[in-house]
Write a protein that binds this ligand. Structure first.
Ligand code: ATP
Ligand code: MG
Ligand code: MG
Length: 550
């Protein structure tokens, strides 16, 4: 393949293999178990897993659980479930960074022995003060020149619980004048008397991320440690750690830009508030973009993979339009899923000249773009439902659907002509009367005359009643995502619940998560949480029309 068609990470890896820096590829996905994964994480997962596959290498699943404050066991399971669903397979390579605490401790001792780390008694405020600024170099800590022996003893005391939280830290001895502030003797271990979800009370000192992460990678034999752009100026410290610890074949860190989507809410703080305020129905509400939410809305792993690939890998920050994600799910489902008839806002149609009690089972293709999906029998009878918006008493110009005196095609069935209609006292249409022409049956080859409109319908006595949930974006970038007081500027129409929809009866063996096209309405998914045979619930994944063009 030509270099131009390879993304910049592939180009780096190609070169590493060429020059012999590495003779294989090993990647990892290292989430902190402190929340649900979202579409951005999906990009990182599919990127790391995809590279391992592409180079015939290995992919590690590793929980970066070295910080006991924020982590929760409950997230471990949800994260693994989401990754599995996305199709990234870690095989038997599931790791927990907290299992390396002993090795990390020994690594710190090694640095002390090399004269490359020291115990510092400065308070956190003093450390910040001594660190200097971008314009000014820092000052050395007065504890910087402690002897190796003293440092070894003090660090052991730290481990043995002699000190309170914050009383002492272990710092790398690098360069207080470095233009990169991360290199100004960063803290690598702190005292924290806390219970860890995996190691319990065994440790009262915990390694800092910048020290722990390169060690985790090195222990696992990771070659390419891919992270997001905010770690770019931590890379010199990453390299310092693996070099000072003298790992053979040390891993290298590569940064790429985070994925941002427009018109979505991803901040944990905001989502927590939406859940607490009862605006969304949990972290997997179909209007959110956690992986669980996307799945519940009806997105497929294939559509997310397509989306991530279309976004590409880059070093510069940008946001991607939500409409592109919608484009991907349409592309994925259009030739795969059956197209059935569902009426979301029903009004009754009575065909006056159709015999009472008669039922015809019409043969209908499931998806004209996909003959393998076969066909089904759809009942036709005297009483039907059509969409309320497919009838008008006084139609404007170019309205080709049903109105008094007009003839339309009932999709897959007959031509019908409106001969009468009834209204209630509020002016709402209650029933529409039509006549049908038996000569015009779909598939009969009738060519006698043409009609301009085709509408969908369901047979009233056969229809299954269902709840349908329609969605709009929960925020709108153009209107401003936040109010002046910093709260979310929510779209009041982000959810519409339709309680009385009618679906053709071919859905008796539908299971939660099954997907369909409802003709003219979009793609729908049987809700994972709420769908039952007795109370069918469908989520609209996306409508059929799109403003997005590739
Ligand atoms: P937090 O520390 O608040 O949980 P986080 O979501 O980045 O932030 P991590 O668990 O550290 O949490 O993320 C795991 C991996 O996913 C990291 O390698 C990170 O770089 C990557 N990642 C996180 N957000 C995005 C994003 N928006 N786009 C691409 N990759 C991301
Ligand atoms: Mg996280
Ligand atoms: Mg993080």
């Amino acid at each position: 393949e030509k270099a131009e068609s390879r993304n910049f990470i592939e180009q780096i890896i190609d070169k590493d293999l060429e020059t012999g820096r590495f003779d294989h590829v090993q990647t990892r996905f290292p989430p902190e178990p402190n929340g649900y994964l979202h579409i951005g994480h999906a990009k990182s997962i599919l990127l790391n897993y995809g590279l391992a596959k592409e180079y015939n290498g290995k992919f590690n699943m590793r929980f970066d659980d070295t910080n006991p404050t924020k982590e929760k066991e409950e997230f471990v399971e949800s994260i693994l479930k989401d990754i599995k669903w996305l199709g990234a397979d870690w095989e038997d390579r599931l790791f927990f960074a907290s299992n390396y605490f002993e090795q990390m401790y020994e690594a710190a001792v090694k640095l002390i022995k090399k004269g490359k780390a020291y115990v510092c008694d400065l308070s956190s405020d003093e450390i910040r003060e001594y660190r200097g600024t971008l314009k000014e170099p820092g000052k050395n800590s007065p504890y910087r020149d402690r002897s190796v022996e003293e440092n070894l003893e003090l660090f052991e005391n730290m481990k043995n619980g002699v000190y309170k939280d914050g009383e002492k830290v272990l710092r790398a001895k690098i360069d207080m004048a470095s233009p990169n502030i991360n290199m100004r003797d960063p803290i690598i271990y702190r005292v924290a008397h806390m219970t860890h979800h995996n190691t319990g009370d065994k440790w009262c000192i915990y390694p800092m991320y910048d020290f722990a992460h390169p060690i985790e990678d090195a222990i696992e034999g990771v070659t390419h440690s891919i992270c997001t752009l905010e770690f770019e100026d931590h890379r010199p410290l990453y390299d310092w750690v693996v070099n000072e610890l003298e790992y053979p074949n040390p891993p290298r860190q590569i940064e790429f830009a985070k994925l941002y989507l427009t018109n979505v809410v991803t901040g944990k703080r905001y989502i927590k508030k939406l859940v607490e305020d009862g605006i969304v129905d949990g972290w997997d509400d179909p209007r959110l973009v956690s992986i669980a939410a996307l799945r519940r809305r009806g997105f497929t792993p294939e559509s997310i993979k397509m989306f991530v690939e279309l976004c590409g890998i880059s070093k510069s920050q940008s946001s991607v339009d939500y409409a592109m994600l919608e484009y991907c799910i349409r592309e994925d489902l259009k030739a795969k899923k059956p197209r059935i008839m569902a009426v979301l806002d029903p009004v009754k149609v009575i065909i006056d000249n159709y015999p009472e009690g008669q039922v015809e089972w019409l043969d209908v293709d499931n998806n004209v773009e996909c003959p393998e999906l076969g066909s089904r029998k759809v009942p036709f009878s005297r009483e039907l439902y059509i969409e309320r918006e497919d009838f008008m008493e006084e139609p404007p110009k170019k309205y080709f659907r049903l109105f008094p005196g007009n003839e339309v095609r009932l999709m897959n069935a007959y031509f019908v002509k409106c001969v009468d209609y009834k209204k209630d006292e509020n002016g709402n249409i209650t029933e529409i009367h039509c006549t049908y022409d038996p000569e015009t049956k779909s598939g009969s080859g009738f060519t006698g005359r043409k009609v301009k409109g085709t509408i969908h319908w369901v047979s009233a006595p056969h229809a299954v009643k269902a709840e349908v949930r329609l969605y709009e974006n929960i925020v709108d970038e153009e209107k401003g995502k936040l109010n002046e007081d910093g709260t979310l500027n929510l779209n009041p129409n982000s959810l519409t619940v339709l309680k009385e929809c009618y679906i053709e009866p071919n859905i008796s063996d539908v299971k939660p998560e099954d997907k369909f096209q409802f003709v003219r309405q979009g793609y729908f998914c049987a809700d994972i949480k709420d769908y039952t045979k007795e109370h069918p619930v469908f989520n609209r994944i996306v409508s059929l029309k799109s403003s997005f063009k590739l």
